[in-house]
Design a protein. Sequence first.
Length: 50
Amino acid sequence: MLLTTRSAGVKQWKRKHSKAYRIALPLLAVIVLVLVLVLVLVLLWKWLFG
């Protein structure tokens, strides 16, 4: 998925900040989900009422 040098860096970061990673990952997923949902709703609104 990622480049080998980057994924190695990510693995190292995960080991150093395992707790922060466990918190940041679901938070990031929620933020992305909300952004996608808002984008879809805005596009739908423009399509229906634009």
